[in-house]
Structure formats: structure tokens, C-alpha cells
Design a protein around this ligand. Structure first.
Ligand SMILES: [Fe+2]
Length: 303
């Protein structure tokens, strides 16, 4: 097998399906080829793997330490019952993710990527969308590229969830929403255009969590961010993955944006998300106070 993976390209300039590997048992040489495909294509799909959560985490750990291990993204509660009502906190989190984004840009260190597996799927809906922010940058005219150069914006889950209307109801004593990614301190500051640490290519790095470009009027800033975000997700630059049980999908969060899509909440659905931690050397926030919080970031190692 080695570096001769059976790779099927999807009908896009990014994305690939890798067949005929068992990722529980692949040797280092084959893993290196899988990793190379992940960098080359931005998102890789490995069907028919049927991993346990431990196996999923073990595979994710080959890409690096984890921001967090396999967490369910599901409309099922702990007892396996379907959650009801749009007010349900977990359902709100799922709905909020229907906006295009990179994961953990609102954390001190932006995620490197994610390994996601499907174990309960719906017949329709609940696809995960992917969009290539390298192609989105490349497509901009020179004047817009020049305008973006050097611009920085803050990233906040509090901001994006409030804007989408899905903030959690629960607040701590300081009035900060309770949940992963919410905090009351200064928000992480990130460049709108980021050089990918492995490819050296420029990528847009904006998405729904970005707000308040430094030095700009807030309304002008939001109008500009909305315009760039909207222009980044044309049909030929997006792919919506309809999950099958046993699928494994891995994306490069430094390049790809992604989003959830709606589904019938009376149908059970569960996917598992292991988040690969970013390298602080290249994915830390630009503002030192926030970057300093990185030591408190959740991390998961096998040993
Ligand atoms: Fe996400």
C-alpha cells in the first residue's frame, strides 16, 4: 500500500475520497500519505471505517495533540432520546453552526483540523458543507487583495451566536454565557488573510466568528466582512458531504471553512468530533494577552 493510496477526487478543486485503507492499522508510511492528501486536498473522506471513539481519537492523535477528544454532535440526549424544541441548548449549538466558519478561531489557538465520524445518520439533511478559503483568496481581484493586506479582526463565539440568535440562556456570575468557547476576556485577534504554515499559500481566515476589523467603523467592518464571507462560498467552491454510517472526514481548518445544514430534528442523528489542536507557533491569536491564555486550553494526549 505505502504511498500508493486509492484516491478518488471529488468534482471540485479540493477534496478527495480515500478508499481501501483501514485507518486503525495503517503503518507510518501510509499515514504519511494520508496526511499528505489532507494537506493537498483540504478535506479527505474515508468511507466504511466504523471507528469506536477510542479508535477515532487514536487516529486524530496522529495529526497532533487534540483540543478535545471525540465529542458527540447530536440531537440525542445522554439516554438516547431525541431532544426537542429549538430552545434546547444543544440544538441551538447545532443551529448556530449553520454559519460558515473555521473551528476555534474564538479560542487562544485556532484548531489545526478535525476528525469527524458518523454513527447515526439521517436520510436527508444534516450534510456538512466545506468551502476552500485558498481558492476564495486566489479568486479576489488585486484591489481587494491589497485592501485585505494587514487587516485584523476579532473572533468571538459570543458575537456569532448572538448574531445568529442562538446564545445559550445560562450565564455565569459575570453574565458570560456558559459553554465551550465563551469567555469574558479580550477576544482573539487574527489576520483576515493567513499564510498556511505547511503550504505557504494565502487563505482567507474570516467566517462567522469574525467581527470588528481593527481601526474600522464597526458597521463598515461588518459589511466588509459579510461581503468577503459571502463571496468566498460560491457553488463550485463548496462541497456538501452527505454522511453515511462509518464515514470518517478530516479537514484542514487552516484552509477550509465548514458549516452544518438543517435536518429533521425528529430523526436521530449523531456524529463524533475530535478537534486537532493548532500549533501555537502559527495558530495563536495575535494579541499577546489572549495568546497567553493558550496554556489553559484543553488538550488531550494519548500518554
Ligand atoms: Fe465547526
Amino acid at each position: 500500500m505505502g504511498d500508493t493510496l486509492n484516491i478518488e477526487r471529488i468534482d471540485r478543486d479540493f477534496g478527495a475520497i480515500i478508499h481501501d485503507v483501514d485507518i486503525r492499522t495503517i503503518d507510518d508510511k501510509t499515514f504519511a500519505a494520508v496526511r499528505e492528501a489532507w494537506i493537498t486536498y483540504g478535506v479527505i473522506i474515508l468511507p466504511g471505517q466504523f471507528l469506536t471513539q477510542d479508535e477515532q481519537n487514536a487516529f486524530a492523535l496522529r495529526f497532533g495533540d487534540l483540543e478535545f477528544p471525540a465529542a458527540p454532535i447530536s440531537n440525542l440526549d445522554k439516554n438516547g432520546n431525541i431532544r426537542h424544541l429549538s430552545e434546547d441548548e444543544v440544538v441551538k449549538q447545532i443551529r448556530g453552526n449553520e454559519g460558515w466558519h473555521h473551528d476555534s478561531t474564538y479560542m487562544p489557538v485556532q484548531a489545526k483540523g478535525a476528525v469527524v465520524t458518523a454513527d447515526i445518520v439521517t436520510d436527508t439533511g444534516a450534510a456538512t458543507g466545506f468551502a476552500d478559503m485558498r481558492a476564495a483568496y486566489d479568486r479576489l481581484d488585486d484591489a481587494t487583495k491589497a485592501r485585505l493586506e494587514g487587516l485584523e479582526a476579532y473572533h468571538s463565539l459570543w458575537f456569532s451566536m448572538d448574531r445568529a440568535g442562538y446564545l445559550p440562556n445560562k450565564r455565569d456570575d459575570n453574565g458570560v454565557p456558559v459553554g465551550y468557547g465563551y469567555h469574558g476576556g479580550e477576544n482573539p485577534l487574527r489576520p483576515l488573510v493567513k499564510v498556511h504554515p505547511e503550504t505557504g499559500r494565502k487563505n482567507l481566515n474570516i467566517g462567522r466568528h469574525a467581527h470588528n476589523i481593527v481601526g474600522w467603523d464597526p458597521e463598515e467592518s461588518q459589511a466588509f466582512l459579510d461581503e468577503i464571507n459571502a463571496g468566498a462560498v460560491w457553488e463550485g467552491n463548496t462541497y456538501f458531504h452527505q454522511w453515511a454510517v462509518g464515514d470518517v472526514v478530516v479537514w484542514d481548518n487552516r484552509r477550509m471553512m465548514h458549516r452544518a445544514t438543517p435536518f429533521d430534528f425528529t430523526q436521530p442523528r449523531r456524529i463524533w468530533h475530535s478537534r486537532i489542536a493548532g500549533d501555537p507557533a502559527t495558530e495563536a491569536a495575535l494579541n499577546a494577552d489572549v495568546a497567553g491564555r493558550a496554556s489553559g486550553q484543553p488538550a488531550f494526549r494519548q500518554d
